[in-house]
Design a protein around this ligand. Structure first.
Ligand code: 4FD
Length: 254
């Protein structure tokens, strides 16, 4: 039985011209459940409500000429300022921002209150950057708006809020310790002639843990050796990596 709930662990305000883009993703699955349970709260703010003049205009032509339209600063300022006043950390989704990584997601998840600002058109007036605390990019590609990046950020962050999923599920995530996750299996024991590694059926928890660690190291070494520089590695891990790097050893690309 759930009595009256205290304040959500994380409040997220979203400023967007297309609040409807958030409806289905936020109602579905893990995120939908976290919102329903009140662990997280998301409030959508339609930027059009702060549009200028009879046409509620939010964009204009670029000074100096050029293609496309630029978002004007006044509507964004009007939408953002009350959220900052309320204590939100203000984040602009922008291809030129700091890359969203696992550590950044964990940092944002513990911030208490976020305001996500979604741009559209060919960009935003440069002066809007001085209204935000940080600029975040989900990767090196350009999208038609910041809404999908905001949803990616919300998904990455909400699942890390305590109580949303079992802690074990994200403590073993790829990236949680700076390594890729190794292979995982469920039934059947043999699929298309491919058997589950016997150690996983052995019931030896210690051996299973050691095997998983070795496979995580192997996969990271083969696929993302760049991650090993900053990974949390023990001396045993380092010996294992040396062994995997020796010619003829553990030479599978998985
Ligand atoms: N890679 C990303 C974020 C936003 C976006 C926009 C300035 C363009 C990709 C501000 C320029 C917003 C990303 C909207 N595309 N497009 O995270």
């Amino acid at each position: 039985m759930s009595g009256p709930r205290e304040a959500a662990w994380l409040r997220i305000d979203v400023v967007t011209l297309f609040p409807e883009l958030f409806d289905v993703p936020l109602r579905t699955s893990v995120i939908g459940r976290a919102l329903e349970r009140g662990i997280v709260d998301v409030t959508l703010h339609d930027l059009r409500e702060h549009g200028l003049g009879r046409h509620r205009s939010v964009d204009d032509y670029p000074y100096g000429g050029g293609a496309g339209m630029i978002m004007r600063p006044e509507p964004l300022h009007a939408a953002i300022e009350p959220l900052r006043q309320a204590g939100a950390q203000v984040v602009l989704l922008d291809p030129a921002g700091e890359r969203l990584t696992d550590p950044l997601a964990r940092d944002l998840a513990s911030s208490g209150r976020l305001a996500l600002v979604c741009g559209r058109y060919e960009g935003i007036d440069e002066r809007v950057r001085s209204l935000v605390d940080r600029e975040v990019s989900i990767g090196d590609y350009v999208l038609t708006g910041g809404e999908l990046p905001a949803l990616v950020l919300i998904d990455a962050v909400v699942r890390l809020v305590p109580g949303v999923i079992e802690a074990e599920s994200h403590e073993s995530d790829s990236f949680a310790d700076g390594l890729l996750e190794g292979p995982q299996y469920t039934r059947p024991e043999t699929f298309m002639g491919l058997a589950v590694p016997p150690v996983l059926l052995s019931g030896h928890h210690g051996e299973v843990a050691r095997w998983r660690r070795r496979e995580a190291l192997r996969r990271t070494l083969r696929r993302r050796p760049d991650l090993l520089v900053d990974a949390d590695l023990t001396d045993d891990d380092r010996s294992e990596i040396a062994r995997l790097m020796a010619p003829e050893e553990g030479d599978s690309d998985s």
